[in-house]
Design a protein around this ligand. Structure first.
Ligand SMILES: [Zn+2]
Ligand SMILES: [Zn+2]
Length: 353
C-alpha cells in the first residue's frame, strides 16, 4: 500500500509552492527551496485562492532497476526515465510501499548548471577524451540524486593497559650506562563521536564519496517532501544495523589511538590489554545531495559525481585509444624530425670547423 503523508501546511511559497518559513535573521519569509524572500504582506498578496493549500497528501513513486537493483524514489511530479547507476531505461515504476521519509536532508545548493559546467570542464587540457563521452546526450543524464546516509552518534568507553619503558643513558669515566625503567601504564577514557557517516547505498562507490566529501552537517534540515521535487532519491539498501557495524572499527581504533597517545614520555609502548565498549546514542537517516552521471563507454562505467552542497566533484574519464595512438605517432614523428634537423646542423656546421 502506498504510504500517504498528510501534513498541515499553513504557508506556502507563492513562487514554488514549497512550504515557507519565517526567517528571523532576515526578517522575511524565506523559501529554502527556491530562495525566494517575501514580506508577510507580499506573501498575502501573492498567494491566490487556488494556491492556498492547507492540507496535502504526498505520494511517492518508486522506480526499480531490474538490472542493478537500484531503488530510486521521487515525487509524483518528477519522472525518472532511466537508472542513474546503469542507464537501463526499462525501470519499473510503482507506488512506494513502506517507509521512506528520512529524518533530515541537506538540500541542493548547487544547480544543475553548475554540475554541467564542471562535467564539461573535464575536457579542458585533456585531448584524449573520446568525442562521444562529454556530449549532449550524457550531459542530459546528469541528475540530482539524494544519497541515503546513516549518521551515528557514538560514545566509546575504554580501558587500556600498556607496558612502557623509559631509557636513560650516561657515561661516567670509561663506562657507559643504560638504565631502563619499566612501567605498567593504565589509561581510561571516554570519547564522543558525533555524526559518524555511513553511506546507505551499496551502489554508490565509497571512493567517490570520500573524494567529494565533506558535507556540512550543520546545514541538515528536517526532511520535507518539497525538497524532492525535480530530484531523485535513492532508497537505502544498507540496513541501519549493518551500517552501525561498519562504524565500530573506526570508533574503536580512534579511541585506542587517543588513549595510547595520551601516555607521554615513554621510549616504548606495548598494549597488553584493550577494552573498549561502544554505545550508540543516536542514529539519523539523512539524505545528502549529489549530482551524478554514469556514462557507459566500451562496456565500462565512468562516473562523474559532484557534491550538491560544496560543488566538489570527481570524474573518471576514459582514454580514446585511437586518439592516443595517433598522438604517440605524431609525437614520435616530431621528435624524429627534430633529431634529424639537429644532426644535420651539427654535421654540416659542426664538422666544417
Ligand atoms: Zn519557493
Ligand atoms: Zn540500474
Amino acid at each position: 500500500m502506498a504510504r500517504i503523508e498528510k501534513k498541515v501546511l499553513d504557508n506556502r511559497c507563492p513562487r514554488c509552492q514549497a512550504p515557507i518559513e519565517f526567517n528571523p535573521k532576515l526578517g522575511l519569509f524565506k523559501c529554502d527551496y527556491c530562495d525566494g524572500k517575501f514580506t508577510a504582506e507580499e506573501l498575502k498578496d501573492m498567494t491566490t485562492e487556488e494556491n492556498k493549500v492547507t492540507e496535502t497528501s504526498v505520494e511517492y513513486v518508486n522506480y526499480n532497476c531490474p538490472d542493478c537493483g537500484a531503488v530510486i524514489i521521487t515525487d509524483e511530479n518528477t519522472a525518472a526515465t532511466f537508472c542513474v547507476y546503469c542507464g537501463n531505461t526499462s525501470i519499473i515504476k510503482s507506488r512506494l510501499s513502506g517507509e521512506f521519509a528520512p529524518s533530515k536532508i541537506i538540500p541542493f545548493k548547487k544547480t544543475k548548471e553548475d554540475a554541467i559546467a564542471a562535467f564539461q570542464g573535464l575536457k579542458k587540457g585533456r585531448h584524449l577524451i573520446p568525442k562521444e563521452f562529454i556530449n549532449e546526450k550524457n550531459i542530459e543524464k546528469i541528475m540530482g540524486v539524494y544519497i541515503p546516509f546513516w549518521l551515528f552518534d557514538v560514545t566509546s568507553t575504554g580501558d587500556l593497559q600498556i607496558d612502557a619503558t623509559r631509557v636513560n643513558s650516561w657515561t661516567s669515566g670509561d663506562t657507559h650506562y643504560t638504565k631502563t625503567d619499566y612501567f605498567k601504564v593504565e589509561r581510561e577514557g571516554s570519547m564522543k563521536f558525533s555524526k559518524v557517516p555511513v553511506d546507505g547505498s551499496v551502489r554508490f562507490e565509497d571512493d567517490i564519496m570520500n573524494t567529494i566529501e565533506p558535507f556540512d552537517y550543520s546545514s541538515l534540515v528536517p526532511y520535507n517532501h518539497a525538497y524532492l521535487s525535480g530530484f531523485l532519491a535513492e532508497r537505502y539498501d544498507v540496513s541501519k544495523e549493518d551500517a552501525y557495524k561498519s562504524t565500530e572499527d573506526r570508533t574503536v581504533k580512534s579511541t585506542k589511538e587517543e588513549m595510547l597517545s595520551s601516555a607521554l614520555g615513554y621510549a616504548s609502548k606495548v598494549v597488553t590489554n584493550c577494552d573498549i565498549s561502544l554505545h550508540n546514542d543516536n542514529c539519523e537517516y539523512v539524505m545528502l545531495p549529489v549530482y551524478m552521471v554514469n556514462v557507459k563507454y566500451k562496456d565500462k562505467f565512468y562516473i562523474f559525481a559532484m557534491n550538491g552542497e560544496s560543488g566538489e566533484f570527481v570524474g573518471n574519464i576514459p582514454l580514446d585509444k585511437k586518439k592516443s595512438v595517433i598522438m604517440s605517432i605524431l609525437l614520435f614523428i616530431i621528435i624524429f624530425v627534430f633529431i634529424l634537423v639537429i644532426s644535420y646542423v651539427v654535421f654540416k656546421f659542426g664538422g666544417s670547423n
